[in-house]
Design a protein around this ligand. Structure first.
Ligand SMILES: NC(=O)C1=CN([C@@H]2O[C@H](COP(=O)(O)OP(=O)(O)OC[C@H]3O[C@@H](n4cnc5c(N)ncnc54)[C@H](O)[C@@H]3O)[C@@H](O)[C@H]2O)C=CC1
Ligand SMILES: CC(=O)[C@H](N)C(=O)O
Ligand SMILES: [Zn+2]
Ligand SMILES: [Zn+2]
Length: 349
């Protein structure tokens, strides 16, 4: 095995990243070394690439980027018992403590001491990567690596869509970025109808239709609330799934939700949001869920079963595949321009 490997690294506290040659890491106690088979870009990676305020407050360069992955275990560190060379795994990105109040209440997805690889330590945009054994998820041998790599963001989408009943429910999704697109296919596979999607990007509205949306709305040209009311005979939707992080979308979605309906909020807002809580939430008795991470580990079981059921329409969502990392800047710039769904790298041997 090579001593050195290419890696996409945040080398400096500034815009961009670099493709550099680094030493292949050695697994320490409780860790495994994987050969990366597929790794995909998350919106968070884009924040790190762009070096926005959040990234400046959290990321300590130099650091290998990336946290969505599928790989083969090639070396097992001391003390690891339930993994062996040859295991085909993906990884939960949240490294949780198991000791805090949240963990002791089985709320691992909101562990107060969460560390995230690719965010708080070296990640997986490389030929080989270190994964904590406690975070490894064993994949069925026949699962495509690009699907296996998407399980982590699919987990966010599953927790958003399935935070309450969805079968047969009218559903509004705001934001058809990579996560919103995953939300559409999970909602359709789970029996939601109609699935109405509000998304200003023409490229992404077309993608939303391909993935299975029943209706798409351009919120910059039509009032999504009016369109939803006309589709639902004035009732509003039973379920509102917020995947955009746009304050306007939040307000429109709440207005379009039927009294007593359910709201799941995944999108992260760029700033504090001012909202008419009395009339948009309280007097409508809405059930509102904040969504973060994935429930450990039931969400991973749900995601894997949905993929294996063949009911998820993932291929149209994976819009860009790259062999190796040479064109990573093109990939990030296309993603920044909103001209992609999910982008997947397949490291060269
Ligand atoms: N809570 C959590 O655990 C996580 C939250 N996120 C957040 O989820 C959100 C979605 O992630 P990505 O799909 O990667 O983000 P993205 O930024 O690629 O997609 C957001 C989409 O919303 C659309 N949009 C903008 N304004 C809109 C409006 N007024 N109405 C409808 N759509 C509008 C954009 O055109 C874009 O297509 C982001 O805010 C991201 O930060 C991502 C990962 C984990
Ligand atoms: C930080 C991330 O982007 C990650 N996908 C998560 O679920 O927390
Ligand atoms: Zn992510
Ligand atoms: Zn904890």
């Amino acid at each position: 095995m090579a001593e050195k490997m290419p890696a996409i690294m945040k080398t400096k506290p500034a815009y961009g990243a670099e493709l550099v040659e680094v030493d292949v890491p050695k697994p320490g106690p409780g860790e495994v070394l994987i050969r990366v088979l597929a790794t995909s870009i998350c919106g968070t990676d884009l924040h790190i690439y762009e070096w926005n305020e959040w990234a400046q407050s959290r990321i300590k360069p130099p650091q290998i980027m990336g946290h969505e992955v599928a790989g083969e275990v090639i070396e097992v560190g001391p003390g690891v018992e339930d993994l062996q060379e040859g295991d085909y795994i993906s990884a939960e990105t949240h490294i949780v403590c198991g000791k805090c109040y949240a963990c002791k209440h089985n709320r691992y997805h909101v562990c107060q001491n969460t560390k995230i690889f690719g965010v708080d330590m070296d990640g997986v945009f490389a030929t080989y990567a270190i994964v904590p054994a406690q975070n490894a998820w064993k994949n069925p041998k026949d699962m495509k690596p690009e699907y296996a790599s998407l399980q982590e963001p699919l987990g966010n989408a599953v927790d958003t869509v399935l935070a309450g009943p969805i079968a047969g429910r009218s559903t509004l999704i705001t934001g058809a970025g990579p996560l919103g697109l995953l939300g559409i296919t999970v909602a359709k596979a789970s029996g939601a109808y109609p699935v109405i999607v509000s998304e200003p990007s023409d490229f992404r509205r077309k993608l939303a239709k391909k993935v299975g949306a029943d209706y798409v709305i351009n919120p910059f040209e039509e009032d999504p609330v009016e369109v939803v009311m006309s589709i639902t005979d004035g009732a509003g939707v039973e379920v509102f799934l917020e995947f955009s992080g746009a304050p306007k979308a939040l307000e429109q979605g709440l207005k379009a939700t039927t009294p007593g309906g359910r709201v799941s909020l995944l999108g992260l807002f760029p700033r504090d949001v001012t909202l008419d809580f009395n009339n948009l939430i309280i007097f409508k008795a809405l059930e509102v869920h904040g969504i973060t991470g994935r429930h450990l580990w039931e969400t991973w079981y749900t995601v894997s079963s949905l993929i294996q059921s063949g009911k998820l329409n993932l291929d149209p969502i994976i819009t860009h595949k790259y062999k190796g990392f040479d064109k990573f800047e093109e990939a990030f710039e296309l993603m920044r321009a909103g001209k992609t769904g999910k982008v997947v790298f397949f490291p060269k041997e």
